[in-house]
Design a protein around this ligand. Structure first.
Ligand code: 4NP
Length: 150
């Protein structure tokens, strides 16, 4: 079982999108039972709130299932629970490290560092462009699966 925690600032736009995209990819490969995939925030801003409608609409337009969920915050105990803790951008990594303290088992990554073009995931919060965010997240999730030989 591979346990993956995606992390962004608010856990309403990017990290839930990554959670649902990766769940969809592993489902399509019949590997659902081999993964546990979740997402969380580094801030308290949106805790308890549902998935942003931009993420919901983009994923629904692609027939990618969206679960009804409420934003949660990353906990230091998540470090032991997960194999991979994957942030969307550099500032997420800084905030993840503030929460978990240290990363002795090299579990913390930025999603697009798995790709051949390392960069931050496009942030739709200010642009409203969830198409670009989706393309980046799909590229990152595919690159992640390739990295773990799936
Ligand atoms: P997310 O998007 O981190 O991708 O969920 C944001 C959500 C909330 C805020 C910023 C980005 N905010 O400033 O409250």
């Amino acid at each position: 079982m591979t346990k993956v925690m995606f992390v962004c600032l608010g856990n309403i736009c990017r990290s839930p999108m990554a959670e649902f995209v990766l769940k969809d990819l592993v489902r399509k490969r019949d590997l659902e039972s081999e993964f546990y995939i979740a997402s969380s925030a580094t801030s308290f801003e949106e805790i308890g709130n549902g998935v942003h409608y931009g993420t919901v609409e983009k994923l629904k337009s692609l027939n990618i299932p969206v679960e009804n969920r409420a934003a949660t915050k990353l906990k230091s105990s998540d470090y032991d629970k997960y194999d991979y803790i994957i942030g969307m951008e550099k500032s997420n990594i800084i905030n993840i490290m503030r929460i978990i303290g240290q990363d002795p088992e090299n579990k913390v990554y930025r999603l697009l560092d798995f790709s051949e073009n390392p960069r931050d995931i496009a942030d739709p919060w200010y642009t409203g462009n969830f198409d670009k965010t989706y393309e980046d997240i799909l590229e990152g999730c595919r690159a992640f699966l390739k990295r773990i030989n799936i």
